[in-house]
Design a protein around this ligand. Structure first.
Ligand code: AMP
Ligand code: MN
Length: 267
């Protein structure tokens, strides 16, 4: 429902084919796909966890905080997500203006057409549009040249506060997880500050095994999780068969970790 290319039901079917036993759907800032995914999970015999991935700004950096086991109908969570989504269309217009300035026109309409869900227009849709129109050869290159942090068409956005996002997740009965910690440009002391602030806010877990750019660092993040009393989660970060590592392909959590699903009462 945010920036995946596969429908929730098709995603669950794909996970089942790939041998996944437990799955959370975690759209960015939106829970509109959960009912469809839950119904498909029932059909395929997969254990399903309601999820969301909230965009957070912490010390001028974008951090993603996943909520697992949330109640998608909880008003505190829904109000928070609506507020978090609200700046996306304006931001997309500013990104399009930056592309216009570089002589690349039509990106707003192009990205919006790919978004399907206009309230969730994201950099990924711009990247896909640039791919489809032959401006870059893949999504990664679009981020490398234009859309990544510090690149000319990235527009920083003030997302939710860290404490706010964690409190919305907790209010709705979920547990909060810091997603893909290897992805942030944080030196170790800053990462410790983030984890400490997250724990103080009521955060529960760290994504120790992640699909994107984290291979080789699992043991290090397992140590951080244990040091800060955080449980560990495992996230594929699957967005698309063409762009992502596939579902069900990640190694198990390191043995020293407490799996996050135990905090959800699952074995
Ligand atoms: P947004 O919420 O609009 O800032 O877009 C965030 C999305 O951009 C996330 O779903 C990421 O998967 C994607 N993204 C961010 N950086 C990169 C990158 N370097 N390569 C590919 N995708 C990226
Ligand atoms: Mn993310």
């Amino acid at each position: 429902m945010s920036d995946g290319t596969v429908s929730p039901a098709a995603l669950v079917a794909r996970a089942a084919r790939r041998g996944v036993g437990t799955l959370a759907l975690t759209d960015h800032d939106d829970t509109g796909g959960l009912a469809e995914a839950a119904a498909a999970a029932l059909e395929h015999g997969i254990r399903f966890i309601n999820g969301v991935e909230i965009s957070v700004t912490w010390q001028a950096q974008t951090i993603h905080v996943v909520g697992l086991g949330i109640d998608p109908d909880h008003p505190v969570l829904q109000n928070g997500l609506a507020a978090t989504r609200s700046g996306r269309i304006d931001r997309a217009k500013r990104m399009a203006a930056a592309f216009d300035g570089l002589g690349i026109h039509g990106t707003f309409d192009g990205a919006a057409a790919l978004a399907g869900n206009p309230r969730m227009i994201s950099r990924t849709h711009f990247a896909r549009y640039l791919c489809d129109t032959g401006k870059v050869k893949n999504v990664k290159d679009a981020f490398r040249h234009w859309l990544g942090e510090g690149r000319p068409c990235n527009v920083d956005q003030e997302w939710a506060g860290l404490g706010d996002a964690v409190s919305w997740i907790n209010a709705s009965g979920g547990v909060a997880v810091i997603a893909h910690p290897a992805r942030y440009r944080l030196e170790r002391p800053q990462l410790r500050m983030l984890l400490s602030a997250f724990v103080d806010a009521g955060g529960a877990a760290l994504e120790v095994v992640a699909g994107s750019r984290q291979q080789g660092q699992y043991a290090m993040f397992a140590r951080y999780a244990n040091e800060f009393g955080l449980a560990a989660s495992c996230g594929s970060d699957f967005h698309s068969p063409l762009e992502s590592r596939d579902l069900g392909g990640l190694p198990p959590l390191p043995a020293a970790c407490e799996p996050v699903w135990q905090r959800l009462g699952l074995d």
